[in-house]
Design a protein. Sequence first.
Length: 137
Amino acid sequence: MATSLADQRYRALLLGSLAAVAALLAAIGLYGAVARGVAERRREIGVRLALGARPEQVTRLFLGEAVRLTIVGAGVGLLGAASAARASRTLLFGVGTLDGWTVAIVLAGAAAIALGGGYFPARRASRLDPVIVLRAD
């Protein structure tokens, strides 16, 4: 029995590994995009903090950008999934092509990746010292 399932088990392990690598690359890409936005807007962040913005507000600003990027990506992904649903219909057994639970789990995973990838640069932005940032230029 184990020998007959070895090929399927290998394919499932390979697919799961590739999915984990894809999720890691998505988190790294989102981290890079938000970190670049923080670096480009250092003076603006310094002015906001100097004028009384709380660090939580700055964190929320950049996390909101990460979530917006994720929503756009999820929308494009859903359109791609809907267009590829007919081709994958023969590969799915016992699951509809656009199963609601599967879509919900994937979107929840994308949201978790967005929050994880965007949190650290957003937190770093909120910890900038406005005096040092505004003196730099």
